[in-house]
Every structure is written in C-alpha cells, then in structure tokens.
Design a protein around this ligand. Structure first.
Ligand code: FAD
Length: 396
C-alpha cells in the first residue's frame, strides 16, 4: 500500500490549488450572490486542460488518471463548490459516457469540444417522477423512419442551459415489453439545437449557485438513429456505471468544501478572542477542529482509494455485465460519497458554529460553505440511496 501521490498528481494539485486561490477564490462570493455561471473561469480551466484530464490524448484529453481529476475537483471545490460541480458535471456526467460507450463517430463529433471545455454536455437521468427510482423513467423515444422521436421531461440537469451547453445524454424508454411494468431503457444523445428541445428557466438554488441547473423538456424531438449511445436497452446500466465514477468525484468535491471549512474555522479561531484569549485556546473549540481534521483525513483517504479502484476497474467494467469487480467499486464509490458528504456537512456546521454570529452573515465564506455542502448528500444519489447500495453488497 502506497499512500504517496505521484509527481504528476502532486503537480496537478499544485496547479489547481494556485489557480483556485488566485482566480476562483476572489470571484466566488459574487458568483454565488448573483447565481452567475463562471464563463471566464471555465475558459481558463479549459486552457489548463482540466476538462480533458482523465481522457486519452487520442480524443484531445490530457491522458491523466482518475485520481488526478478528483484532486482537481477537490481543489476547485475548496474555492467554490459551484465551479467544482461544473467540472464534475462536464467530465464525469457529460464527456465520460460518450468516451466510455460512444461509437468512434460519436467520439469524433463530440469529444474534442467537450475535452477542451469549449462545450459542455449534460446528463439527463432525473425526471419529475423518477429520481432515486431512476428505472421509473417516463421519457419515451420511438424509432420512426430512422429517427428517435423523444418526448418527456428531465429535471435538475447540471450544465444544461449555459451558452456553451451543446446537448444532453438522456435515458428514455425505447420499447415496452408485453405486460412489463417497466420498459426497455436506452441512452440517447440529444443535441441542444434539435427542434423541440426546450431549456426551461434556471432553478433558484440554495447552494452551488455558480453552477448551471435547469429542467429540460422534449417535445417531438427527433434525432438520428445513430444517436443511440451504447447498446439498445443498456441505458440504465450505462448510467449506473457513469454514476459510480461521478460519486467518487462528488466525494472529492465534498472533501474540498470540508477542507475550506477547516481552513476558515482555524483562521477565525486564532484571531477571535473570548474570555481573554483566542477561542482556539478553548478546548471545546480545539476538539471541534480536531474532529474536523480527523474526518477530513478519513474522507480524503476513502475518496482517493475509491478513485484508484475506479481507475483500475474501468477497462473491465466497460461493455461487460456488472461483475464482482464492478460491485466492489460501486460499493466503495457509495461509501466514499456517503462518508465524505456527511463529514463535510458536519465540518460546515462546526465551522459556522466557530464563527458565532458572523457564521450566519454572508460576508464570511462559511455561510456559503454551509449552503453548498448539502447538495453533495443529494446529487448523484442521496445518502439513503448510497446506504441502500452498500447494504445490498452486504447481502441484505
Ligand atoms: C443541484 C443539483 C444538480 C443535479 N444535477 C443532476 C444532473 O445533472 N442530472 C441528473 O440526472 N440529475 C441531477 N440531479 C438530481 C439528483 O440526482 C436527484 O435529486 C436525486 O437523485 C434524488 O432524486 P429526487 O430529487 O427525485 O428525490 P426522491 O427520489 O423523490 O427522494 C426523496 C427522498 O426520499 C428518499 N428515498 C427515495 N427512495 C427511497 C427508498 N427506497 N428508501 C429510503 N429513502 C428513499 C430519498 O433519499 C430522498 O431523501 C441534481 C440535483 C441537484 C439538487
């Protein structure tokens, strides 16, 4: 067991940490206040190669590993979780399914723009009547004269309505078998300029406000038959595979926010005095900081382990039925997301408490961290869903 990062991983961490400190930290309060998408930051992240980090050079990627990408998400989220989720949505949810399951023609058409950050692609699984129960998809796609005609709606879709959003991969019922309550579900690539593709007004969110989230509607939206992604009927399995990688990256996001909470709380505890000495000298405050540091260390360890396990399992998992190895990585990804998101929520709560009244005032960043941290317990599978998945692997 080797707990040292490679030189390349350390270099990515340094690069992202400096970029986050110099560029993202100063912009974050206004982006949050105005719920503004960070176009300029995204353009610069594209220039640094972050959108192509875990993909092969053949498609315009940087040829890095999955852990390096998770470290990038962590460092950016330490500055602004909205920027972190923008990268995570673009890479894990947008580009990865096309890379992992796309045909050569699909990859050639979409990946160069996505991996450079010139365009963003979205992932449309959640529907008004199908969230945790993703198999309850009601969006339909009917094959008519060589075209998939899509009708339905998706909700809470990240990166779906920016000026550079190019489209979405959706799950849709492509056939109903006789007597079956649920139909065959396939994944289909729907470009944004397709007639009948409606981006509805953005949500007013509690946190992750610099990220872009919209409901989408599809009204007789026709795309060529070749826009099927992967095997017909394989949509749900492909999306679950995609979510495994996504969950590891969300865990990294949560670690980044938790670290920001500790940084802010420690600095404040040293400068704020009560009862004649800095509050960092009161044992009750020290214990809070010690608990935060310990939980962050644990969260980071399981996240990095899950990232390395995911990286090692990828070739075997793609295109194959879910085997034992994929079960292992699914469980680890679920544990990492569950633990890191709940640990970061505790860290945000303690950081706010350490700030006293100022914690409740938006001029300190802890108020934003406290609002931001909640979403990682919900997006890409709630904590309840992660516990269900883990329990299933225990044989329950
Ligand atoms: C900011 C944001 C960005 C998002 N981005 C995307 C995106 O890009 N693409 C996408 O497809 N989705 C996205 N989502 C949607 C997200 O994945 C869903 O919100 C999430 O999976 C939960 O689904 P739901 O909201 O329908 O809740 P529901 O499924 O309705 O769940 C409601 C509550 O019931 C619990 N629950 C449900 N079933 C069970 C059960 N069997 N046992 C115990 N408890 C249960 C849940 O855990 C939850 O607490 C995003 C969400 C947010 C908030």
């Amino acid at each position: 067991m080797d707990f040292e990062l490679s030189d390349e991983q350390k270099a990515i961490r340094q690069l992202c940490r400096e970029f986050a400190q110099e560029v993202v930290v100063p912009a974050a309060p206004a982006l949050d206040r105005e719920s503004r998408f960070p176009y300029d930051i995204v353009r610069q992240m594209g220039g640094l190669g972050l959108f192509g980090l875990p993909f092969p050079e053949e498609w315009g990627g940087a040829g890095g590993d999955f852990l390096s990408y998770c470290i990038a998400v962590e460092e950016l989220s330490r500055a602004d979780a909205g920027v972190g989720i923008t990268l995570e949505g673009a890479v894990s949810l947008g580009a990865a399914p096309i890379h992992d399951f796309g045909t050569r023609a699909q990859k050639e058409r979409w990946l160069p723009d996505l991996l450079s950050g010139r365009q963003l692609w979205a992932f449309g699984l959640t529907e008004p009547q199908a969230g945790s129960d993703a198999g309850a998809t009601q969006t339909r796609a009917e094959l008519v004269n060589g075209q998939w005609v899509v009708n339905g709606a998706k909700q809470f879709i990240t990166n779906s309505g920016t000026d550079i959003s190019a489209g979405v991969t959706i799950t849709a019922v492509t056939a109903r078998s006789d007597g079956a309550a649920r139909g065959e579900i396939s994944a289909i690539l729907v470009p944004r300029d397709t007639p009948g593709y409606v981006v509805q007004p953005a949500y007013h969110k509690l946190g992750w406000r610099s990220s872009d989230t919209h409901p989408l509607a599809f009204d007789d939206c026709s795309v060529p038959e070749e826009n099927l992604l992967g095997r017909r009927g394989g949509g749900l399995r492909q999306f679950l595979h995609t979510l495994t990688g996504g969950r590891v990256a969300i865990a990294a996001l949560a670690v980044g926010v938790a670290q920001a909470c500790l940084d802010a709380a420690l600095a404040y505890a040293k400068e704020r005095s009560a009862f004649g000495r800095p509050i960092s000298e009161h044992q009750a405050i020290q214990f809070k900081l010690a608990d935060m540091a310990t939980e962050i260390e644990l969260a980071r360890l399981i996240t990095y382990k899950a990232a390395v396990t995911y990286q090692n399992s990828r070739p075997a998992a793609l295109g194959q039925p879910a085997g034992e190895a994929e079960g292992d990585v699914q469980r680890l990804a679920a544990m990492a997301k569950l633990y890191a998101s709940e640990a970061s929520k505790r860290a945000a709560d303690q950081a706010l408490q350490i700030h006293g009244g100022y914690g409740f005032i938006e001029e300190y960043p802890v108020a934003r961290y406290w609002r931001d941290v909640k979403a990682s317990e919900i997006g890409e599978g709630t904590s309840e869903v992660q516990r269900m998945l883990i329990a299933r692997t225990l044989g329950c």
